[in-house]
Write a protein that binds this ligand. Sequence first.
Ligand SMILES: [Zn+2]
Length: 378
Amino acid sequence: MAHMENRQGLLAKHRQQVSSLGGGVGHTGKGHGPTGEVVVLYIDQKQCGCQSMALPWLYRLPDFTTLAVAIAAKLLHRRSGGLNGMGIQIMTDFDIEVVSLSDRLTHFYWGRNLDHANFIMRVGGGNHVIHQGRSAIVIDTMCIPGQGQWVKDYMTATHGIENFTVVSTHWHSDHVVDNAVFPHDRIVGHSLTRELMLEHRHSLENSTAEGSPAFQVVSPSITFEGRMDLWLGDLKVELHEFGIHERGHIAVVIPDDKTLIAADMLEDPICVMNLGHLPAEFQLREFERMMTLDVDHIYATHCPLETVKAGGYDKRFIENMAGYMSGLMADAASPESGSKPPQAYIADALDRNELTWWEAYEEVHQWNREAVRSAVKA
Ligand SMILES: [Zn+2]
């Protein structure tokens, strides 16, 4: 009886997941393995016509058998070079939430969890995919190895994407971790992103840091400085260099949708300030230049999902980041700045609900204070 109930519960969960995966394109089955690993079987009914046959059969399987089927299918997937012909996609579950921001922009969100050992998980992470027809531009390849593959599999299974282009917004590991998943695709980035990835190749490929797991470095194959345009059919996608957060950082603009994807140049509630090569005065001028972009919808990598789901941000996000940075700089020499809480620098924005305080950023604020102190000393 208990088993029956479990199965009913599992079935309900599967149904829920099918709808959350969007539009009834396919079915999923989910099994918990003995090691606690969760595997999602994604079955595209359009391709396999399985709605009456395979799925009831799959639902009848106890969890561990589902896992066994998943592993067998995964092995077959590797050997045959793809199960697409059979309409089966295997996805390891990273607790990634998929949010459709428009009919051509999809957000993949991972986080936020204050107790997580991985710093990126504490502040949350993710990426964005712009898609039209069978082509997609993947903006960054997520936070830990395997997640880029998850995004690629998802886009292939749900949107029939055949041609991928990757844009690496900057070289930090939580943005380029799975570039290796796109070995035959164009990877576009700033020339400095390529340079910095190669310069840090050894530490990136041998990292033992929890927040920055080791991964295979695949640097951009197409580089530029300043500005570049990409096209998805007739949809223009602009790449703009801004000297904010990291050298060679790229912002992505979809002019037709007045949309800006700012990656790490804007974070909610506060940005991570790297001042080594980019003086604060320069970054503040870059925020001003960003304000001149003709955009109404702004998205970033590290922010609360609730705000994203409620429509994202507008240009006040840029003003608030600049306000935090200039406030911190103005206080650099003040003896009280050490005891001043980060919330004090963004109090108005928090009051107006333009930013949302998140405890993990206490740590970020301490780094920023340190960065400001060293910059002022230098
Ligand atoms: Zn970054």
